[in-house]
Design a protein around this ligand. Structure first.
Ligand code: C5P
Length: 302
């Protein structure tokens, strides 16, 4: 029997599929945008994070507007009721917002220092952190095969990171950068697991619209991201503006990042964080092939 398009079960698989596509394109575009040789200054990663947040918030407002049958009045009432009149509920979203902001910045650090394939494989450790947080915070139970898959995943990640014996001079020179990249990814793994499960808990414990929740999350993320940008790149922003160095490819990264956030919110609501992890790891193979054949920045060793 054909399911209506908004049926939760269909939404679950459609959103998981879209996530695979989105993750692959985002990683490759981000890596490409950070390695592209351009005249003039490169765009500020901290500014791209802020732009993506702005785009997400605007889209969520639009979606809440649609959910309220295109009535501005109904939308205003709902937002006032849910966001302004429930400060405690709203404040709860400050936690994942802060963590995600840090994580979104770490991602750029990682991809400025690691090739797309290594980054992708290492970042899959977040499946393990997510499972651990799901078990401890949501009381999820995992079967033997599920735990075994997680261990296998860890073994894979370790192998990828194993230093090769033939490390030449070139390798030694970039070892520091590699280390920075790996540390950034590992921190992002812990943050991803915790923030994802925390958000899942909030979404599933209340029946509030996922878009309203995302506006709450986005507002905090925007403020924190903006502060981060001013602290980190303030001088540069005052000198040449927030959008310095933006090109078509930068805008693509920002849009992909924003779309990703929204798709993830839907996935967390209709599936869960563990399934989300396996969906994104399906994009590893695609990223690896493209990194090797098209970008030429990955040479697979034994
Ligand atoms: O790698 P990971 O799956 O943890 O990435 C989650 C991404 O989704 C982050 O960039 C985060 O900002 C975004 N997100 C979002 N809205 C949510 C949940 C996550 O924008 N409700």
């Amino acid at each position: 029997m054909a399911l209506p398009p908004s049926h939760p079960s269909r939404l679950k698989y459609v959103s998981l599929g879209v996530l695979v596509l989105q993750t692959t394109t985002l990683v490759l575009t981000m890596r490409y945008s950070r390695t592209l040789k351009e005249d003039g200054p490169r765009y500020l990663a901290s500014s791209a994070v802020v732009s993506a947040e702005m785009l997400k918030i605007l889209t969520c407002f639009l979606l809440v507007f649609v959910e309220n049958n295109y009535s501005l009045r109904a939308m205003n009432l709902l937002l006032k009721e849910e966001i302004v009149n429930k400060p405690v509920e709203t404040m709860k979203l400050a936690v994942p917002a802060g963590i995600y902001t840090l994580q979104n910045n770490l991602l750029y650090v990682a991809l400025s220092n690691l090739d797309a394939a290594t980054y992708q494989v290492t970042y899959q450790l977040k499946i393990l952190t997510t499972a651990l947080f799901s078990v401890s915070m949501l009381g999820k139970k995992l079967g033997l095969y599920q735990w075994l898959s997680l261990l296998l995943l860890m073994a894979g990640v370790t192998l990828v990171q194993w230093p090769s014996e033939s490390a030449g001079e070139q390798k030694v020179l970039t070892a520091g950068s590699q280390m920075v990249g790996v540390m950034a990814v590992l921190m992002a793994c812990v943050s991803s697991g915790f923030a994802g499960v925390y958000f899942e808990k909030i979404l599933k414990e209340t029946k509030q619209s996922v878009w309203v929740r995302n506006i709450q999350l986005g507002l905090f993320s925007f403020v924190l991201g903006f502060l981060g940008m001013m602290v980190y790149d303030g001088r540069s922003v005052r000198q040449s503006g927030m959008f310095q160095g933006y090109s078509a490819i930068t805008c693509t990264v920002v849009v992909l990042q924003a779309v990703g956030g929204l798709v993830i919110a839907v996935v967390i609501k209709y599936a869960d964080n563990i399934l989300k992890g396996f969906a994104t790891s399906a994009s590893i193979m695609v990223s690896t092939l493209i990194s090797y054949f098209l970008l030429n920045d990955f040479k697979p060793t034994g």
